[in-house]
Design a protein. Structure first.
Length: 443
């Protein structure tokens, strides 16, 4: 019979899985599927022609119309009808609960029948793979990875199926560990395989960050060590008795030793922040007091660079305008930001430190902005500024005694304080670094 179109209905000349079929195969399938109404209607119109004196052209025209309707009427394939029958079959309470449980899992899960057709797709799978996974579709058509094909094929054949790693490139690149398990007590006519995808993307990202960090840290430490080794060798040999060269080399060696000390201090700070648990050392902190302390401590360095620090921070003073945090960590945050402004924005001769109390996303917060009038930062570099060891200009940063870890430390401290760091800049007009932290209240 002609079946109404639905979720599994085919468009003309296509099968239920969305793949194309030949024109004559489609014609044959539709005529066979609609043979009963076609034969009955043809016999009726022939009888009207013979016994009711209906004009032959009218009778044959009606038969032709029925043939045309049969050719183009949507018809479901056997697989689509099987999937629809399975979906419409009454389900037990245990199955409904199992389906809800599987649907709530955070990783993609697909249930397959004995032929490899998808019978159930959970929410995570639909979110990750989109509309390319749907009940009734063959899993081996959707997933083209050879190792995944082999794993599913081994499971369907009753052989041992080892987990495999799968790379999905669309819509974004993600890594998964795929495994398949036969469900006990089922046969080939029912759902019988549990295809599970464990998301490895975050683990891969962390592994890459760790390897990049080790490589960068090794490089940053190796450079001053190589310099010190070279100078020691020179002082032990040709420059042993050269007082002028000795003084010059010792000054450079001291500079390289200081650079290593700064780098090690920053690495230890970053390690401490990344491994810190809880906020046991937190207490109410007066941000105005912290800012005044930092500005006072860095004023000599600013004066040496011919830079004026202008502060407008009185708006965040008082007992009712404090934050819950670590005073030492906040001093480190504002010291790093103002030191960066002195290092890289000195040509602007002016640094502005502005603090205010404001509602940010409906949260009562303290917002502190440090603005310099230096060369600015191009927009394409801004998203990466908080990465460890990332520098826009490596040689310039090293010459100005930067370690490449300052903003990474600021970002980690802001995370511990439930705050955030925002960076805005325009080339030739300086840069603004804004820290936002929620106001603390005893209630």
């Amino acid at each position: 019979m002609v079946e109404p179109s639905g979720d599994h209905a085919d468009m003309p000349m296509t099968d239920s899985s969305g793949g194309s079929e030949s024109f004559w195969a489609a014609v044959r399938r539709r005529l066979v599927s609609n043979r009963f109404p076609l034969v009955i209607s043809s016999a009726l119109f022939a009888a009207l022609y013979v016994y009711a004196s209906v004009p032959g052209i009218v009778a044959f025209g009606c038969i032709a119309v029925m043939v045309a309707v049969s050719l183009f009427a949507p018809v479901r394939t056997a697989r689509a009808r099987k999937a629809a029958k399975l979906m419409e079959a009454p389900r037990s309470r245990d199955w409904i609960r199992s389906e809800a449980l599987i649907d709530s899992l955070p990783d993609p899960v697909i249930l397959l029948d004995g032929s490899g057709a998808m019978q159930f797709v959970n929410s995570a799978a639909r979110r990750v793979f989109g509309t390319t996974v749907r009940p009734g579709g063959p899993a081996l058509v959707r997933f083209r990875d050879p190792e995944l094909h082999a794993m599913i094929g081994n499971a369907l054949a009753g052989r041992l199926a080892q987990p495999v790693e799968v790379l999905e490139r669309s819509p974004i690149e993600r890594w998964f560990e795929a495994s398949i398990h036969a469900l006990p007590g089922t046969d080939t006519r029912e759902i019988s395989y549990f295809l599970y995808f464990r998301d490895l993307s975050e683990m891969r990202r962390l592994d890459k960050m760790r390897s990049d960090f080790i490589a960068n840290a090794s490089h940053e430490l190796r450079t001053p060590l190589a310099s010190l080794g070279g100078f020691i060798e020179t002082l032990s040999g040709p420059a042993r008795n050269d007082a002028e060269a000795r003084d010059r080399f010792l000054a450079i060696m001291q500079e390289q030793a200081d650079r290593m000390a700064r780098l090690i201090d920053d690495l230890l700070s970053l390690s401490r922040l990344e491994t810190a648990f809880g906020r046991v050392d937190f207490s109410p902190v007066d941000v105005e007091e912290v800012l005044r302390h930092v500005v006072s401590a860095l004023s000599p360095a600013a004066a040496a660079a011919d830079v004026v620090i202008v502060d407008r921070i009185g708006a965040v003073g008082g007992e009712d305008c404090r934050i819950w945090g670590s005073s030492d960590e906040l001093i480190q945050v504002f010291s790093n930001l103002i030191e960066n402004a002195i290092r890289y924005g000195a040509i602007g001769k002016r640094i502005e430190v502005h603090a205010e109390r404001a509602m940010v996303s409906d949260i009562d917060s303290i917002r502190v902005s440090i603005r310099d009038y230096g060369p600015g930062i191009a927009a394409e570099y801004i998203p990466r500024l908080t990465e460890r060891f990332y520098r826009v200009d490596v040689e310039s940063s090293r010459a100005k005694k930067g370690t490449g870890l300052g903003l990474a430390i600021v970002k980690h401290i802001m995370t511990r304080h439930m705050g955030r760091l925002a960076i805005s800049s325009e080339v030739g007009k300086g840069a603004t670094f804004t820290v936002t932290i929620p106001v603390w209240s005893e209630s």
